[in-house]
Design a protein around this ligand. Sequence first.
Ligand code: NAD
Length: 313
Amino acid sequence: MSSLDRFSFVVAANCNAHNPSPFRDPPEGHRSHCHAYRTEEFAIPKLPRRLEGHVTIVTGASSGIGLSVASAFAAAGSAVVVNYRSHPAPALQLADQIRSNGGKCAAIQADVSNEEDVVRLFDTATDAFGRIDILVSNSGVQRDASITDMTLADWNTVIDINLTGQFLCCREAVRRFNSQPAHSRPSRSSGAIIAMSSVHEIIPWAGHINYASAKGGVRMLTRSLAQEVASQGIRVNAIAPGAIRTPINKDAWETPEALEKLLRLIPYGRIGEPEDVANAAIWLASDEADYVTGTTLFVDGGMALYPEFRDNG
Ligand code: NAD
C-alpha cells in the first residue's frame, strides 16, 4: 500500500467511523461528501482543519494560553470568540489577524466572575455566529501570599475568577448546547467543554492556597459535570498545564536563575509553550476525542510525576 493509498484508507475509515451517536444525526451531506473524496485531492499535504464549522468561545484569550488556543482553533477551522476582560487591544488585534487569514472571529468583553457578563458573552457570541459548540474556559489569575498574609480579597478574587467563573461559563455553555437543534451540530457530541485547570489540581502549593483550592475545585467540577451531562451528549474535560511560558508565571522563567530552578521540577527538561496546550486542546475538542469525558489531560512535561523521585527518591 503506498503512503497515498494509506492516507485515503485512513480518510475513508474516518468517514465510515463517523457513526451517528445516540445524541445526534450525522451532519447534513457528511456521507456523500466523504464518498466524493478522490485520492488525488489528498496528494497535497494540508494542515488538518479538525474544527471546521465549529464555534468556540475562549475566555481570557487576550494573552498567554488563551491567545494561543484561540489562534490555533481558528487555524483548525473554528469560528472563535476571543473573550477579554480589560485589555481590548490584544484581543482586537488577534481578531483582526484571524479575519485577515480568512477565519471568523469576534472579540467580546466580559468578566467571567460576573453572571450578567457571562450571559451577555454567550448571547453576543450566538448573535454573531448562530451557535456555540465548544467552550475553552481558560481565564485565571493568581494572588499569591502565605496564609497569614493572604487577605480575604486575595482569596475571593481567585475563587471568583478561577472557580466560580468556570461554573458560570460551564452552566451557560450547557444551556446553549442543549437548546441548539441536533441536526445542525458539526461534531458527534452535543458540545464540548475544556476547563483550563493546572497541575495544582493535584499538587499542593504552599503560598498559593487560593489558587490550588480553586484548581482542586475545577478538578471536581469537571468530573461531576461530565457525569451529569454525559447522557445529554456533552463532553467535559480539563487540561492541567504545568509550567507554561506566559505572563501569569513570568517570575518563574524570566531570569536564567529562576528558569534553572523551574527546570528541576520538569523531567522533560524544558518549559512549556502556549502552543503545547493549544495542540492538546484541539484534540480534546475534536471528534478524535469523542469517547473522552470527565478526565484531565496533563500537559506538563512530567511535572506531576513526583520529579524528586527520579533519582531513586
Ligand atoms: P495569562 O495571565 O496570560 O492569562 C490569563 C487570562 O485570564 C488573561 O487574558 C486575563 O485577562 C484573563 N482573565 C483574568 N481575569 C478574568 C476575568 N475576570 N474575566 C475574563 N478573563 C479574565 O496566563 P495564562 O498562563 O495564559 O493562564 C491561562 C490559564 O492557564 C489560567 O487559568 C491559568 O491558571 C492556567 N494555567 C497556567 C499555567 C502556566 O504555567 N502559565 C499553568 C497552569 C495553569
